[in-house]
Write a protein that binds this ligand. Sequence first.
Ligand code: TMP
Ligand code: ASP
Length: 252
Amino acid sequence: MARRSKIYEGKAKILYEGPEAGTIIQYFKDDATAFNAEKKEVIEGKGVLNNRLSEFFMSGLNNIGVPTHFIKRINMREQLVRSCEIIPLEIVVRNFAAGSISDRLGIEEGTQLPRPIIEYYYKDDSLGDPIVSEEHIAAFNWASAQDMDDILGLALRVNDFLSGVLFSVGIKLVDFKIEIGRLFEGDFQRLVVADEISPDSCRLWDIKSGTKLDKDVFRRDLGSLTDAYTEVAYRLGLLQKSTSQMKPTLVK
Ligand code: TMP
Ligand code: ASP
């Protein structure tokens, strides 16, 4: 068997060279980290759930005309994606206050924001991903003014899509983070949603009870992370509820 060549290993995923030029295989690990990897744990089954959930969100975006890097899921832990150059920004969209905006500005968690707020963080683990303004992004040439226009448009479309899909299954999209990649097609460059969209990168609250169904369960030691992610997958119709003690099985 030929050994695949590893391109990059991050905290939650490994990237391997894909079968064709311009493709990459994304492997979802079971590792969970928080606070810039100060807190770490292996959570059995997390990678499988995130692979399936990210497939669901990314293919939904592709279907409504929001371009993403996603091509197809290959197996339980891997998906095929288009190779792109990641813009070194974490783009956070917030509908309700929680997490760092609550700490930074003293806004009670759960407060509805007057409108979706977009924030940019510079992707650099050694600096702890600091928040930056469009001034920094322009001055340091991380993205052009045209890129920033496109990024804002993509982020708001992703927000509307995810908010609607999740609302329909009783989940409030409090906030989320996306990453954007540059796809080169001949002389043209297109920006696409890249990386992953999963409960690792969103805040998801049950609308009725306020129960957290995202990575805050791990960050704040609130219980079983796989139970929370399984609940999200189940509500979205991606899992069958098991009647026995067997583990949940993926629905094709
Ligand atoms: P924050 O409130 O900690 O700034 O997080 C905002 C959103 O971004 C939340 O949905 C979690 C997500 N996020 C990531 O995906 N990766 C990260 O490294 C951090 C800090 C947040
Ligand atoms: N993903 C980040 C880390 O490990 C932080 C987080 O999601 O809270 O460290």
